[in-house]
Design a protein around this ligand. Structure first.
Ligand code: FAD
Ligand code: SF4
Ligand code: SF4
Length: 422
């Protein structure tokens, strides 16, 4: 059986290795645009056959097909004990936004938005490229450049739905000054790979912030959840939040009933994630980086303590580069971030499941290799030792045999049709 050859980002998408970051559309805007394939995620649409120079450069920037760590593993500033499982980590804090409204609206403690706000108000940066609900179709997302507190505040909150913030990297490259980029780990990895491929990007990509990510559910997931709570016609939806406005906040949909009456339904974070996670794209199941290892700063949920009813939000804040550490410390000194305590152990204590995820990846990649199925290339992500140390015998078997079963269910041997798009 021949291993399918990946020659273009169309192949990446059709063999389900695409994470939907959008970087290919920024590297080759003349030949690639992004669309929302509702059963899959944000996906590239090519005008040509993918063999032109632009499309080939786009493939070189694709984080779906290849991720390679290049940080200096011997850097004494890095926490050695965390390096193999969590990538480069200099410092770890628990904290939150200094601005009470951003803290409340934010997904965790609003740290991502607060740091971005510091960067544009005090750090001399021009704007913040990130994702937001589309004003005309709130269950879809779009890429925006925020330039004020009001814009950042309105765009807080995780959206457990496809978003491709890298498709706006041209806005950073063409900006009059340095900008912040916020995205999922794969988005930030894509932006980093594109630095040298999009003219002007390298000098203007001033700070990258990634948030932890367990996976992106497709738009089909959101549409099915809307249906479950009584929304028959998604075009009547007027607003949709997945989290935030509380800690961790509720999934809340608002829509107009047949008589134009305003309606609302809401679910707890656990109820909505439990439903949506079943719609995650395949690439998320074999993702090596759930914590933003390529970013200057990454932020996540400090799950080491279960949120109490009515409690204000908190963020786990990780400095991964010297630039990220400087930004965090300057933002804290200026009151934009409140750093409550520092402790490197907070990271593994907050996300213990991710060590098992790292271990499972070794078995999954082995299964894909043996079955000669399309798979990404990862460099600099140790996995074998965690497979051995973190998984039970049953979990070890599931990581290999279970993966093979799943690949059959998902039809990974052949190209998939991307189906309906919006
Ligand atoms: C798909 C997904 C999976 C997640 N999985 C985990 C997890 O496994 N563990 C965990 O600890 N946390 C997870 N989170 C939540 C995330 O960690 C928190 O959003 C993070 O802590 C940031 O909180 P904050 O209050 O600092 O962010 P905020 O200040 O509220 O800012 C959130 C930022 O994220 C951007 N954003 C929102 N949705 C998307 C999207 N889909 N794609 C790109 N950018 C987006 C917004 O534009 C905004 O800039 C996930 C979030 C998403 C969207
Ligand atoms: S992972 Fe990103 S760069 Fe690769 S094909 Fe998908 S959208 Fe394009
Ligand atoms: S799990 Fe990995 S591949 Fe999937 S959206 Fe999150 S960072 Fe991207």
């Amino acid at each position: 059986m021949m291993l399918p050859v990946i020659n273009s980002v169309r192949d990446v998408a059709e063999y389900q290795l695409c994470s939907g970051c959008g970087v290919c559309a920024s590297v080759s805007p003349g030949t690639i645009r992004m669309t929302d394939a509702i059963g899959h995620g944000r996906r590239p649409v090519l005008t040509g056959d993918g063999t032109d120079g632009g499309s080939r450069r786009a493939l070189a920037a694709c984080p779906g097909i290849e991720l390679r760590h290049t940080f200096d593993e011997r850097d004494p500033a890095l926490v050695r004990a965390l390096r193999d499982a969590w990538g480069p980590v200099r410092r770890v804090w628990e904290g939150h936004a200094g601005d009470a409204a951003i803290r409340h609206a934010g997904s965790s403690g609003g740290a991502a938005s607060a740091l971005a706000l510091w960067a544009i108000e005090r750090g001399g940066m021009h704007g913040v490229l990130h994702a937001a609900a589309r004003a005309d179709v709130p269950y879809l997302n779009e890429t925006v450049m925020s330039r004020s507190r009001e814009e950042l505040l309105a765009r807080t909150g995780s959206r457990y739905a496809p978003a491709s913030p890298c498709d706006g990297l041209g806005l950073i490259a063409g900006a009059p000054g340095a900008c912040v980029f916020i995205g999922k780990p794969c988005d930030v990895a894509g932006a980093e790979k594109a630095r040298k491929l999009v003219p002007g990007l390298d000098e203007r990509l001033g700070l990258t912030i990634a948030f932890f990510c367990a996976g992106t559910p497709s738009t089909r997931g959101t549409l099915d959840l809307l249906k479950k709570v009584g929304v028959e016609d998604p075009s009547t939806v007027t607003s949709l939040r997945y989290r935030g406005n509380g800690w961790p906040g509720r999934w809340t949909a608002r829509w107009n009933g047949p008589a134009g009456d305003a309606r609302e339904a809401s679910l707890t974070y656990d109820e909505s994630w439990d439903f949506l996670q079943r719609y995650r794209q395949w690439r998320c199941y074999i993702c090596p980086d759930h914590t933003g290892e390529f970013a200057d700063v990454s932020v996540g949920d400090p799950w080491h303590q279960a949120p109490k009813e009515g409690e204000a939000g908190r963020s786990l804040i990780i400095a991964r580069t010297a630039r990220g550490q400087r930004a965090i410390e300057d933002a804290a000194a200026a009151g934009y971030l409140v750093l409550e305590r520092e402790d490197a152990e907070l990271l593994p204590r907050s996300q213990p499941n991710l060590l098992r995820t790292r271990g499972r990846l070794w078995g999954q990649m082995l299964a894909l290799r043996v079955a000669r199925l399309p798979r990404p290339r990862y460099h600099g992500f140790p996995t074998a030792r965690f497979w051995w140390s973190e998984l039970t015998a049953k979990a070890k078997a599931q990581s290999t045999v279970g993966t093979l079963r799943r690949t059959l269910r998902r039809g990974l041997r052949s190209r998939v049709a991307l189906g309906e798009t919006r």
